[in-house]
Unconditional design. Structure first.
Length: 570
């Protein structure tokens, strides 16, 4: 590819609504363009990456025996009514009507459609197992679309659905997908972790999420460095509470020192000093069906504010009160402990990042079925960076498998595998005839990968102050050639064209920057875009028979003989 024939559009500054690095860098590198809230055009530079991600996913899916098809974006409401998801999905499901007034869903996933395909196609156990997948646009009307491709409303997902005759078969299909995911994420060149997940709402028997490790991730992952134990925070907290550490959920009900105030009890039981270091945040949250709920949080000075997501719903519900007065009764009486809690600070109008995170937190409450209404802040709480451990699980707790102590890190959910069981097949009467000629419901599994989210996650894990650092496997280009004065120097022009032709012949995804920009701007562009390998061709080096090679992570360029330049790439 020649840069003059490609479309490159970089920006010095990111738009102000881009809150996190990956969103900022993707906007600046001209990879995406915002059309509306959570809706983006994938620009040529971004689409190139998406296609590479898709290609790896497709190859590994095919390799694992899954079969590709393509299911429609627009799906009849009747199918969704059969499983009850037409009602259950609530506002996240985008609904449209045709000219006859018939209702349709824009697919957020495709369990209903694939089950409908299979119930009419599959008659006998002899046709099983089967795993169908597609890579298709999804729409979810997220309550808070944000962070660019990370939480879009329209996005691309690979979703696969397995069908088996019995539980053992389904578990085998699940394991095949799990193994394929491990290969996929390894091929991307990303640091990731698979964690056990709760599959609550969907039902079924087992589930794992695949997370790209990044300090900016929305999810907390609990793992044991000396064993295989790994779970997301929700699943870890669902286990019986660690007896060595009283649960936050018990903090308000268990007496501590006799005669202590409620406030002192909480502090004692959470192991927090009851000094200025402990601050409080009261939240007023409007419930979906009307009415208000009141929550109290303890904030501690030595925690980063982004920790707040960790204890999100469990932390909140642990300190739920029935009236605002009750909060005042319990907390409002200790001098120096709590400021007036009736200073209303609408979260949305406060721009600073810490408060944006507060809004995220309240969003956590949303997921549990609450609307954010307004936050009442204690006097001391306008400062960022302070949240208590209201978690049942903290770093250093004993691992549930008894093999060591737990560590916590943050991750971005990029893939999810579920054992669905027969929930969908029973609801939709998707049966097959078993060996005895008796009808039985199909055992199902489903498996998603957030194709477009991968881009954001990869960047959150790999960037520096100059821009993105793509792992080679998913870089928009593997190699950029930067000639110094190709129009002035015949030697440079010739060396560049030769190297370009060689790179193309070697199957390297190369771009030749023939735009005629000055070196500074040329380098800044490619560092921002994040191409992993760069070769500079200039008269000075050529006189010595050299080119300059620099890997995107290298501090400096190094001279390499012309003949060896490509050896660095593959
Ligand atoms: P999240 O917890 O982030 O809302 P989810 O659990 O709702 O994600 P799944 O239903 O498990 O998502 O979908 C499979 C995959 O699709 C997720 O692991 C994620 O990578 C991706 N995904 C889900 N929602 C979005 C979104 N709004 N934007 C981009 N990718 C998404
Ligand atoms: Mg979701
Ligand atoms: Mg999730
Ligand atoms: Mg999920």
């Amino acid at each position: 590819m020649r840069a003059s024939r490609f479309f490159i559009s970089t920006l010095k500054e990111a738009p102000s609504d881009a809150e996190i690095v990956s969103h900022q860098l993707m906007m600046r590198a001209g990879m995406i363009k915002r059309l509306g809230s959570g809706i983006y055009t994938y620009m040529p530079m971004g689409l190139k990456i998406i296609r590479k991600v898709e290609a790896i996913v497709r190859e590994e899916m095919n390799q694992s025996g899954a079969i590709e098809l393509l299911m429609p974006l627009i799906q009849p409401a009747e199918l969704w009514q059969e499983t009850g998801r037409w009602d259950k999905m609530g506002a996240e499901l985008l609904r449209v009507k045709d000219r006859h007034g018939r209702e349709f869903a824009f697919q957020p996933t495709a369990e209903e459609v694939i089950t409908d395909v299979v119930r009419s196609e599959i008659k006998s156990y002899r046709q099983l197992p089967l795993n169908f997948y597609h890579i298709q646009t999804k729409f979810r009307d997220e309550r808070r679309p944000r962070f660019g491709l990370m939480r879009g409303r329209e996005f691309t997902m690979k979703d696969a659905y397995s069908f088996d005759r019995d539980l053992a078969g389904m578990q085998a299909s699940y394991q095949i997908m799990y193994d394929a995911y491990v290969r996929i994420f390894n091929r991307f060149g990303l640091k990731f972790r698979a964690v056990a997940a709760d599959n609550g709402a969907i039902g079924g028997t087992g589930s794992h999420e695949f997370h790209v490790i990044a300090s900016t991730g929305e999810d907390a992952l609990v793992y044991c460095p000396s064993s295989d134990y790994a779970a997301n925070m929700e699943a870890a907290e669902a286990l019986p509470v660690n007896p060595s550490r009283p649960a936050a959920t018990q903090a308000l009900s268990k007496p501590a020192t006799p005669g202590a105030t409620k406030c002192e009890q909480v502090a004692q039981q959470l192991g927090l000093p009851l000094a200025q270091t402990v601050k409080t945040l009261a939240l007023t949250v409007e419930q979906e069906g009307g009415g208000k709920a009141y929550f109290m949080l303890l904030l501690r000075g030595d925690h980063e504010l982004n920790e707040i997501k960790v204890g999100k719903v469990p932390g909140l519900s642990a300190h739920r009160f029935s009236t605002e007065q009750e909060i005042l009764d319990v907390y409002g009486t200790v001098p120096g402990y709590l400021g007036p809690i009736n200073t209303k600070v609408p979260v949305t109008v406060v721009a600073d990042r810490s408060v944006a995170n507060m809004a995220d937190f309240v969003c956590g409450a949303n997921e549990a079925g609450y609307h954010y209404a307004g936050a009442n802040w204690g006097r001391d709480c306008a400062e960022p960076a302070i949240v208590a451990d209201l978690r049942n699980v903290v770093e250093g707790d004993a691992s549930p498998d008894g093999q060591g102590v737990l560590a916590i890190e943050r991750g971005i959910e990029v893939g999810h595998v579920f054992q669905l069981g027969t929930a969908y097949s029973e609801a939709m009467k998707a049966t097959f005839l078993d060996e005895n000629g008796k009808p039985a419901p199909l055992q199902m599994g489903c498996y998603g990968i957030g194709i477009t989210r991968i881009l954001g996650a990869a960047i959150e894990q790999n960037y520096d102050d100059k821009g993105i650092i793509w792992p080679t496997a998913i870089a928009p280009f593997e190699l950029v050639l930067c000639p110094m004065g190709m129009d002035r120097s015949e030697a440079v022009r010739q060396a560049t064209e030769t190297l370009y032709a060689e790179a193309v012949a070697a199957g390297i995804d190369v771009i030749l920057d023939d735009r005629g920009h000055r070196p500074g701007q040329m380098f800044a562009d490619w560092e921002l875009i994040g191409v992993p390998h760069r070769v500079v061709i200039g008269d000075r080096g050529l006189k010595e028979g050299n080119l300059e090679y620099q890997g995107r992570r290298d501090a400096e360029a190094s001279a390499v003989p012309v003949a060896e330049a490509l050896a660095f790439i593959k």
